[in-house]
Design a binder for this molecule. Structure first.
Ligand code: ADP
Ligand code: MG
Length: 458
């Protein structure tokens, strides 16, 4: 009798108290094992070993049900720790383990000398017990134990091994279910995140669309009113001119009427600008000389003299109406100037920018892809409170005291920028103050310095 045989207590009935105790302990312990590798090693070393089998090798089946790989062992194959000597891979159908995997039935071989299929591992054996671990017919593993003597395994061993296999199978099925539900949970979380993002994007697009429609409606209304008033003011202005010609001396009422009529005309022009109904003559323009002119005008009429602005090398020429742009810059700079805290609190910056379609739409829904010069006007004033940010471009919206603001500056600037195929929007408020950014289209090389009439009512 070999040493292995001596160590092996043959005929261990399942009802034996020690065996039942081991199996019971096993059933409890495997509930806390969280992966199949730990489970296989636990079974090979702590269960089969303690149940008196001389050795044990566990083969794991691959998901495609083609090969069995030795993944855990106890006995000669396992010299120390989680090491397997010469781990073998056996195809489904080959040898006794391969046959058990295909037939999904346990076998006990009493004498391997008469077994043609036997593949000898470390040392040739005489008896073998081999049990499949399956989940609804799908093989997940095969447990195999060999013995150097013939007729070493009987009904008890088969019962013990089958019980162990059933427990492993139940635990693996549970682990797989946990993995599946984790996967489903992660999918759900992912879908939820995606859905939330989609809802946010839809809301933002809807808000933009709503804002665009609102501005369009106000624009149409303003355009209609401005046209009608323009006609009336032409008649009033003409009649005032006739009356003025007939006057020999100063006439206060007539002067008041003239001042009121001129102010009404300026307002109507601003309204026409907002409605994008101005007659514009775009030209190829260099911005720096124009800025100098506008700053000169403001400085002449103001006590604050300092504007901080930076030249950039090779600022692209733009394609816009000079008078319109002067007026717009005057309005934007006056706003910044009025709001600034410190005497040099207004900063003007220029930037050559190439925008692709995505970038352009992010700036303003109406802006097209292309080359632009960006003019940023920032100040160190109180900034524009969030609750009025979507109203500042409305005609006649002003937070200034009566008489100090008409509320037409930003709306005419927006209309002008849009009619010029550019954009006007709030820039990122990095400092405490306000920041407005205008995009003007770069003059193309073929756009020479000739006057082109642009009179569009969009
Ligand atoms: N630089 C700025 N800082 C703070 N608020 C500003 C600035 N520019 C514009 N605003 C806000 O936008 C409103 C509308 O501006 P605008 O159309 O130019 O009209 P107005 O200057 O006649 O009030 C202003 O009344 C003000 O509330
Ligand atoms: Mg203003």
């Amino acid at each position: 009798m070999s040493t292995l045989t001596a160590a092996y207590q043959k005929r261990v009935p399942l009802s034996d108290a020690r065996t039942l105790h081991t199996l019971n302990e096993f059933a409890v312990n495997i509930m806390s094992i969280r992966n199949t590798s730990d489970l296989f090693w636990y079974v090979a070393q702590n269960v089969v070993g303690r149940l008196g089998f001389p050795d044990c090798v566990i083969y794991e089946a691959d998901p495609t049900q083609q090969n069995l790989t030795q993944v855990a062992a106890w006995g000669e194959k396992n010299p120390f720790g989680r090491t397997i000597l010469n781990p073998m891979v056996i195809p489904f159908g080959k040898g006794i383990t391969g046959r058990v995997a295909v037939q999904c039935e346990p076998v006990v071989i009493n004498d391997l000398d008469y077994e043609a299929d036997y593949i000898s591992d470390t040392a040739p054996a005489r008896s073998e017990i081999c049990v499949p671990v399956h989940i609804q017919g799908r093989i997940v593993a095969v447990i195999d134990s060999e013995h150097p003597d013939d007729n070493a395994f009987g009904a008890s061993e088969l019962e013990i091994m089958s019980t162990v296999a059933a427990m492993i199978s139940a635990r693996i099925a549970l682990l797989e279910e946990v993995e599946r539900s984790n996967g489903r949970y992660n999918d759900l979380v992912q879908s939820h995140v995606q859905l939330s993002q989609e809802i946010d994007t839809r809301k933002a697009v809807e808000a933009e669309l709503h804002e665009a429609r609102r501005m369009e409606t106000i624009g149409q209304l303003a355009g209609g009113v401005a046209h009608a008033f323009n006609n009336l003011l032409t008649v009033i202005g003409g009649n005032l001119e006739l009356l003025e010609l007939e006057q020999t001396g100063p006439n206060a009422s007539l002067t008041d009427a003239r001042i009121a009529s001129d102010r009404a005309s300026a307002l109507v022009q601003n309204l026409l600008s907002f409605a994008q109904c101005r007659q514009l003559k775009p030209k190829r323009l260099q911005l720096f000389p124009l800025i100098e002119t506008v700053l000169g005008q403001i400085e002449k009429s103001s006590t604050r003299k300092s504007f901080d602005w930076e030249h950039i090398d090779a600022c692209w020429p733009v394609w816009v109406d000079r008078n319109g742009l002067e007026l717009v810059l005057l309005n934007l700079l006056t706003n910044a100037h009025d709001a600034a805290h410190s005497p040099d609190g207004v900063q003007i910056a220029f930037q050559n920018i190439s925008l692709n379609e995505m970038e352009a739409v992010t700036i303003a829904p109406y802006l097209k892809a292309g080359d632009y010069v960006g003019i940023t006007i920032a100040d160190d004033g109180p900034g524009i409170p969030e609750e009025i940010q979507n109203r500042i471009f409305d005609p006649f919206f002003s937070t200034k005291k009566t008489g100090l603001g008409s509320g037409m500056g930003l709306s005419m600037a927006l209309g002008f920028a849009r009619q010029s195929d550019g954009a006007l929007c709030l820039g990122s408020q990095t400092t405490s103050g306000a920041c407005l950014k205008m995009y003007l289209p770069r003059a193309l090389p073929q756009q020479a310095d000739t006057d082109t009439l642009s009179f569009v009512n969009r």
